[in-house]
Design a protein around this ligand. Sequence first.
Ligand code: ADP
Ligand code: ASP
Ligand code: MG
Length: 419
Amino acid sequence: MRVFKFGGASVKDAAGVRNLAEIVKGCNDELFVVVSAMGKTTNAMEAIVEAYMKGDKPKLEERYEALKNYHVQIIDGLTEVGTSCIETLLQQLKAKLESEPSLNYDFEYDQIVPYGELLSTTIINAYLAADGLNTEWLDIRRYIRTDDTYRSANVNWELTSRLMKEAYVASEKRVFITQGFIASTENNLTTTLGREGSDYTGAIIAHVLDADYLAIWKDVPGVLNADPRWYPKASKIDELSYWEAIELTYYGAQVIHPKTLKPLQNKQIPLLVKSFVEPHNEGTVIKTSEQSGELLPIYVLKCNQVLISMSPKDFSFIIEESLSDIFHIFSKHRVSLNMMQTSALNFSVCADDNKYVKAAIEELQKQFDVRYNENMELVTIRHYTDAAIDEVIAGKEVVDSQVSRKTARYVLKASEWQF
Ligand code: ADP
Ligand code: ASP
Ligand code: MG
């Protein structure tokens, strides 16, 4: 059994849906197809949630119509499918948007944003069925069960494993179409696994059903040694160990969601990163390997960073207790730290700049002297060379750095990139 995951870019229009169908038809094995919302729909859904929570009816109406029109236009490009297949979903969404919101933003987010995935999989399933494939559409919320940490839910592995296996054994179908990113609590309230979480859904399904491999289909030829949008000279890496891949996702390489690798590594299930544009090409395989030989330097850029420095108000050392308080505050505000540096009197961290980090800073200020710099970028060079470092920091203002045996990291003042 295999699991294929298709991201939003792969199904952003009718041609993308047809391309997905060709790739699915080319697989002669039992298959689970996990799909994200179409194109940039999740961003559009977030804007809908914002208008809903603010009670801004004109904006809400306008955004709902734009969402509906986008999906209808894709269906119009698939002559085999009619718009009736999404009518019920649209009615449900509309009814939700006409109801009074609760005061819990994250909860409401999880009740609305998943319509992106529900719409995309419904359309794709209708197209595959019309194209002659004997598929089964699964509502993944019945099988992937989580706690109620809305927007970043934690999987209940035991329950998920039992429910998924039962469903798989009970069905006679051999091609399943389902949603990435979404799940539900034991009480059937919808949850989400965090932005970009569909890769993780693919890994959850692969893990519990012992798949032969998980393939994630992307708009790039595989994992490259940098994001090609930033570093045009990037080239493909044919093979990576789980270890190396986890390091890269930790540093912020956006090509794979950070939670994806653990469930696969734990069962030694390979991850293939392949191009949906050139599906017959090899792509990158991530599996257990010693990774012998020299690896190319791999560059990871994280934009929109804030560098925060904390020191005790009374000139005492930064000792374990202060560190534990600091970590507790960041964790409470759901801030993940992208880089950490400590000295006797100072602890500094780099984190994504957003409202959560600002709330954490406010709380830290009660206990520590806190300084912070906005508009930073964090560049990591794994397997660095002198030439690679020069290439990245030449002409840049370096605010902080951290160099270990395999990895060099620089906090830079944001400025234009030219390679
Ligand atoms: P999906 O449609 O599956 O959500 P993403 O947009 O999340 O796909 O991931 C693919 C994008 O990741 C590519 O278009 C590329 O710009 C970016 N990317 C960042 N780092 C890398 C890397 N090291 N190798 C390949 N792509 C990368
Ligand atoms: N649709 C969700 C998002 O855009 C999940 C995903 O694409 O992986 O974040
Ligand atoms: Mg993604």
